[in-house]
Ligand binder design. Structure first.
Ligand SMILES: [Fe+2]
Ligand SMILES: [Fe+2]
Length: 190
């Protein structure tokens, strides 16, 4: 049995920007709804949703330095240091709160950059979808994909990975499509 760290995670956001706090609350709400529909553990899903953006509003230098401290540096993220915010949040949950429930930590670490491994983790699927589809994002595909997510997590993740990989490739963020496309491949496999 792992400890309930939701109160500590909530406390962390007290000093974070209002916009981020509102985003996290909307992610929690949608993630819990999807968890109910698909019978995934509600505490695990809420913990992942609360933890995912602990370090979303930090400087590029903060990300690079903390990544070095935690031994998480990777060459393809050095140019896009914001990509570290998921892995750093997971490492912080582990080190600071002694929280070791792997499916939740994996969901947090890979919530931006879903990989072939996390693509099969229902908590990671829910967090990935809720983070991108929460109403505040105002994406054109929001309603359609949210409806799809209520029917099937893997099918919705598959679709969203494709959309995001295309978008990020257009931005020149080469690191991201690689993992997202791998996630897509795993979900498409028979
Ligand atoms: Fe994030
Ligand atoms: Fe987020």
């Amino acid at each position: 049995m792992h400890s309930d760290i939701r109160p500590q995670l909530r406390k962390h956001y007290q000093n974070e920007p209002l916009k981020l706090r509102q985003h996290v609350e909307r992610v929690v709400a949608l993630a819990l709804e999807l968890a109910c529909v698909h019978s995934v553990d509600l505490v695990d899903v809420e913990t992942a949703a609360l933890g995912h953006d602990l370090f979303r509003s930090r400087s590029a230098e903060f990300y690079r330095q903390k990544a070095r401290e935690y031994g998480l540096s990777r060459p393809d993220y050095e140019e896009f240091p914001l990509m570290y915010h998921g892995p750093l949040a997971a490492a912080y949950m582990r080190e600071t709160f002694e929280y070791h429930h792997w499916p939740v930590l994996q969901a947090v670490a890979e919530h931006t950059n879903l990989s072939g491994q996390s693509a099969l983790n229902p908590i990671a699927q829910i967090l990935f979808l809720a983070d991108k589809l929460e109403p505040g994002k105002g994406k054109p595909y929001q309603d359609e994909l949210t409806a799809l997510a209520r029917q099937s997590l893997p099918v919705a993740v598959y679709q969203l990975c494709g959309l995001m990989a295309d978008y990020m490739a257009g931005q020149g963020s080469f690191a991201v499509p690689h993992d997202l496309l791998e996630a897509r491949q795993v979900l498409a496999a028979p």
